[in-house]
Write a protein that binds this ligand. Sequence first.
Ligand code: ADP
Ligand code: MG
Length: 246
Amino acid sequence: MSVLEISGLEAGVGDTQILRGIDLTVESGQVHVIMGPNGSGKSTLSHVIMGRPGYEVTGGSVRLDGVELLGLPTWRRAQAGLFLALQYPTEVPGVSLHDAMAEAFRASGRDTGGVDELLAEEAARIGFDRQFLTRPLNVDLSGGEKKRNETLQLGVLRPRFAILDELDSGLDVDALSACASRVESMTNESDLGVLAITHYVRLLNQLRADRIHIMVKGRIVESGGPELADLLEEEGYARYLPPAMI
Ligand code: ADP
Ligand code: MG
């Protein structure tokens, strides 16, 4: 079993503090969900965990099985077993999905022989058109196709932990169901640990949450079981916000 342990994480951009002390522990096979109003710092958390440049970490730690990840370049964190599905996937002209996956396999010392087969298999599982496999990565894909593409990469790379930043945004109902089911099956088949950021409880119909965390203004203000998501759907975030923000 692996553990992703975030403790006392503080980070910001320039003089602006965004994360104000985040504590979160995700174990293999678990699904933790972060919900919260826009601008709470959810995407920042995902970026800081993965090591995106531009953020200054001012405190805390991010450990994978006891090994500190802060300070390591992003590719090393990926090698260690982290995967981030971006809220806004990047277009990479000139590099096909196939080439990107083969390179990732090479970088982690895996045999690239099975990449084609895996891509075809994973594409079929989530109903992703095979024509996209050889096209430049994410170029001219619709929002939903990009999210499916992220899920496909997750299926092919099989990391230990996946951070999914609004995987559901832009997906139609059928695609959402296919992608969420695929991630759920990975939590069972390969013991994937998941940190999923979402605004919508419908993601959790297929992807079953162990814990829900509410993030407001850079802090986790409440954590609970799956029922917390239903409560939010009914009541919104009003009770977590100061009166002036409602
Ligand atoms: P969420 O994903 O919860 O909507 P974000 O993490 O995207 O929130 O953003 C949190 C706050 O930090 C917002 O006010 C946003 O404008 C600010 N922020 C995020 N990234 C940057 C950045 N690179 N430069 C300046 N401000 C940023
Ligand atoms: Mg965001």
